[in-house]
Design a protein around this ligand. Structure first.
Ligand code: HEC
Length: 471
């Protein structure tokens, strides 16, 4: 009797467990089913030129093109898609019940989830943004994720979840580097003690163990990817890593300074620059000859150099200093001497600097000031200081290849006690119960120097990297 019972009920039960609770059936959801739900419960307010928040929900194309603020759906990631989050967990009642409209039933919400997790395909199976080729990778350090942003629409189009790949929630991804042709990208995991390699389709294709990795710098003239050490470690190796990108093997090279953090490569690939977080020393590494030359920055106080950026023509390098709040300018024609030729006062604790493609401007977020400084490299003067909602402990920076947009990632953690701007944190547009401290990537229009969009990402925005071409 028991045996018969198991034979009949045991096997289907096992199949249900394997399939997981989110699976209604094995057949993929068709977009027509999704549209029927949207037509019944949503399009009343989300159609035409007056659609709420500019979000039209009357066709696949309009759903995918999002609202005036950004994406409604991130393909393959229902949990982080605003459209799914709002209708399931908006605090005060699932949307649109706060507007006294009927909520989705559990089955309808589940249908939406499945459709998004299957890639949010259209009627003919097309996957949104499969052909996007202007990509910005934004690291979500607090959640072991990387958000992929399309720079043409400035929307999040994919999420790479490192936990789903077996890494711990506290892996602390930090910085990202991208092949010039966009074919692969790399991310450092501070606490995961590794550098990972992903392909264009965000498949993990390689990894190398690295102790306390932090910033990355890719040499476009060779197969080398350099890695320095995270600020999170007070006594990491006094060495930088030299990774061979094709096979992800690594050698380490002594740079003779404690806590090597800042990192950049000269355009000709012949020099690599790193600076110490605890002493005022900058090391110039010649990777071919395996030599290191040292420059000591003047000053009795520690500067704490955070990061470097090299100008597109290769002539200049800038470096930010956390404790003296300056942007140093270095003339690379004078190598190996790296005595600054200029020092520009910016706001408190400038973080990652970035040049515009024409070399004229440098953008840098001031971490403890919630502002972004724009420096004119011709006059060597501050051209603008940008403040505004969305800038909350700015960290990583990037510029679109056409120079149209500058991007600054924000951590949005609480400021240290007693800090003048401690109350200034970014408040997400919707209270979803668990998103009070989400990170942002602000989009600055470089022609007007105004914030044109606040892209909400996951927790703690840190490093940014861009991919410009498709292979
Ligand atoms: C009664 C009108 C109404 C209905 C019905 C409605 N919405 Fe909305 N929707 C709004 C308004 C108004 C907002 C702006 C935020 C707010 O006031 O809550 C909004 C905001 C949104 C947003 C966020 C857009 C953004 O980027 O800020 C999404 C996503 C959304 N709605 C999806 C839906 C879905 C899916 C449905 C159907 C289940 C739906 N809405 C039904 C009126 C409506």
């Amino acid at each position: 009797m028991m045996k018969a019972h198991n034979a009949v009920f045991g096997i289907p039960l096992l199949m249900v467990l394997l399939a997981g609770p989110a699976d209604r059936s094995s057949a993929p959801v068709s977009y027509a089913e999704v549209q029927r739900v949207l037509d019944a419960k949503c399009t009343r307010c989300h159609v035409g030129p007056d659609a709420a928040e500019g979000l039209r929900l009357d066709s696949w194309e309009s759903v995918i093109s999002g609202s005036r603020h950004g994406e409604a759906v991130i393909a393959f990631d229902a949990d982080n898609s605003l459209m799914f989050e709002l209708v399931t967990k908006l605090v005060g009642g699932p949307h649109p019940t706060e507007l006294e409209s009927e909520a989705l039933t559990e089955d309808e919400a589940e249908l939406l989830r499945e459709w998004i997790d299957e890639g949010a395909p259209g009627d003919s199976g097309q996957i949104p943004f499969a052909e996007a080729d202007q990509l910005l990778y934004a690291v979500d350090q607090g959640e072991a994720k990387v958000s992929v942003i399309d720079m043409e629409t400035n929307m999040v189009i994919r999420t790479v979840d490192l936990q789903a790949l077996g890494f711990p929630a506290f892996a602390l991804p930090h910085h990202v580097a991208v092949e010039p042709d966009g074919s692969y990208w790399y991310v450092s995991l501070i606490a995961g003690n590794a550098v990972l390699k992903f392909d264009r389709e965000n498949r993990l294709v390689g990894r190398i163990d690295v102790e306390w990795p932090g910033l990355l710098a890719l040499d476009p003239t060779s197969d080398r990817l350099y890695v320095a050490r995270s600020m999170a470690s007070v006594n990491p190796p006094h060495r930088i890593g030299i990774i061979r990108r094709t096979d992800m093997t690594m050698e380490e090279m002594d740079v003779f300074i404690p806590r090597p953090h800042a990192l950049a490569v000269a355009r000709d690939g012949r020099s690599v620059f790193t600076a110490s977080l605890s002493v005022n020393d900058i090391a110039v590494v010649n990777p071919e000859q395996e030599t290191v030359e040292m420059t000591t920055l003047a000053g009795d106080r520690p500067h704490v150099v955070i990061n470097f950026a090299v100008s597109p023509d290769g002539r200049w390098m800038v470096g930010t200093t956390e404790l003296t709040s300056q942007l140093f300018v270095f003339d690379l024609d004078r190598l190996p001497d790296l005595t600054p030729v200029d020092a520009i006062d910016v706001k408190t604790a400038p973080w990652h600097p970035v040049f515009t493609p024409d070399g004229r401007w440098v953008y840098v977020g001031n971490n403890w000031d919630n502002s972004v400084t724009v420096v004119d490299m011709e006059t060597r003067e501050v051209a603008a200081v940008i403040e505004g909602n969305g800038i909350a402990q700015p960290h990583g920076s990037a510029v679109s290849p056409d120079g149209r947009y500058a991007y600054i990632a924000s951590r949005n953690l609480k400021m240290p006690e007693g800090h003048t701007k401690s109350a200034h944190v970014y408040k997400p547009r919707y209270d979803l119960g668990d998103n009070a401290h989400i990170g942002t990537v602000i989009v600055i229009d470089t022609s007007t120097r105004t914030i044109v969009r606040i892209i909400e990402i996951e927790d703690y925005g840190s490093g940014l990297g861009t991919a410009t071409r498709r292979q």
